[in-house]
Design a protein around this ligand. Structure first.
Ligand code: 2U9
Length: 346
């Protein structure tokens, strides 16, 4: 056998290596793998063994390189066989448990209304049942609707650019929803009983109790013969429906340019603990209210000798905060679903 022959044996070995590695990879059972081992490395009829046997035909100088190549191919096939055997044995055993099976099952993802939206919906529903109709209006307003019609002169601090967002065209972002009630009174003769929910804007800080944009709900009733008794009865009924039958309501004197007299409204919840003892919350401020100032009615050409009215305003963000014991208003606005999903009520 000459150099030609030893070269072709090395080529044969390379081909055998590729063929053998492929056969090992595609063996799907330990039996098939054993058949591959016998076919390639079997002592008697193995293909690699066959080449090793033919080493004797080579000259003394041709033998070492072919022998080394044959040993290399045998070793590679042997390690591939070992690795494949290990893998096949592993597959037959139970698959490893990667999860903690004692954990609760994952919930299906269910969307829910935002907690402030829930408060708005609930408040609106109570006032609707008390005979109030919903009213809406623009968020970009004129100074007249936002301030002057409401007995608030433009040199009042509330109208200052420090407190209100003015637009380039002379409009402003409404600082309360009161302009909605003004617009309704302009177009509808009393009696009116309306509720105006919506976003309002003030140049405020962004902190635990303030945000520059926030939701507000205001209400207005104008009719013949309305008095502070109607105001107290209406808001008392609202508070008992929203916070529960044991809720007490307190009116403290206050001031707003558009109401006279004016009041801050506080609630105290009176409850029983599991032992049966009576427990009560402190007084908590929930809204402002008052009798519509006759000057507001007169500016809208409503006879203030014949008609009187009451009005109130509250921030549903603050109401939601109190209801859920949330310490910081900003949590409601940061869109963190880990926080918001706690309020999901499908
Ligand atoms: C008209 C006449 C009267 C609306 C009113 C309040 C009292 C009030 C604040 C509560 C907290 C706003 O969200 S808040 O900052 N509002 O206290 N608002 S009476 O009075 C009106 C409105 C329109 C024609």
């Amino acid at each position: 056998m000459g150099a030609q022959q030893s070269g072709s044996l090395i080529d044969d070995l390379s081909a055998l290596e590729i063929e053998g590695l492929g056969a090992v990879e595609s063996a799907g059972t330990p039996e098939a793998l054993e058949a591959v081992r016998v076919a390639f490395l079997g002592r008697k009829d193995g293909k690699v063994s066959g080449i090793l046997r033919r080493l004797g035909e080579l000259s003394a100088e041709e033998r070492p390189p072919v022998g080394a190549a044959a040993n290399r191919v045998r070793d590679r096939l042997q390690s591939a066989l070992d690795a494949r055997e290990q893998a096949l044995r592993g597959d037959a055993e139970a698959p490893p448990i990667l999860d903690d099976l004692t954990l609760p099952a994952r919930h299906r993802w269910i969307g829910g209304r935002h907690p402030i939206t829930q408060a708005i919906d609930e408040i609106v529903s109570i006032f609707r049942s008390l005979g109030f109709t919903l009213a809406r209006g623009p968020e970009a307003e004129t100074e007249w609707y936002n301030f002057e019609a409401l007995n608030t002169p433009l040199d009042h601090p509330a109208a200052d650019a420090q407190d209100t967002f003015y637009l380039k065209d002379g409009h402003l972002l409404r600082s309360h929803t009161s302009p909605v009630q003004v617009r309704v009174l302009e177009r509808h003769a009393p009696p009116v009983r309306i509720l105006a929910p919506g976003m309002v804007y003030r140049r405020d800080s962004y902190d635990a109790t303030h945000t520059p944009a926030f939701a507000q709900i205001e209400g207005l009733a104008v009719d013949e013969g309305l008095s502070f008794v109607d105001l107290k009865a209406t808001l008392g009924e609202f508070a008992r429906r929203y916070w529960g039958p044991g809720t007490r309501v307190r009116f403290r004197p206050s001031f707003f340019p558009f109401t006279e007299p004016s009041a801050e409204v506080d609630v105290k919840r009176v409850l029983r603990n599991p032992k049966g003892d009576t427990v009560e919350t402190p007084w908590i401020e929930i809204m402002g209210a008052g009798m519509v100032d006759p000057a507001v009615l007169e500016a809208l050409k409503i006879d203030s000798e014949r008609y009187t009215g009451f009005a109130f305003g509250m921030g549903p963000g603050r109401i939601a905060l109190l209801r859920h014991g949330v310490p910081d208003l900003r949590l409601f606005y940061e869109n963190d679903v880990r926080f918001l999903s706690q309020f999901a009520r499908p």
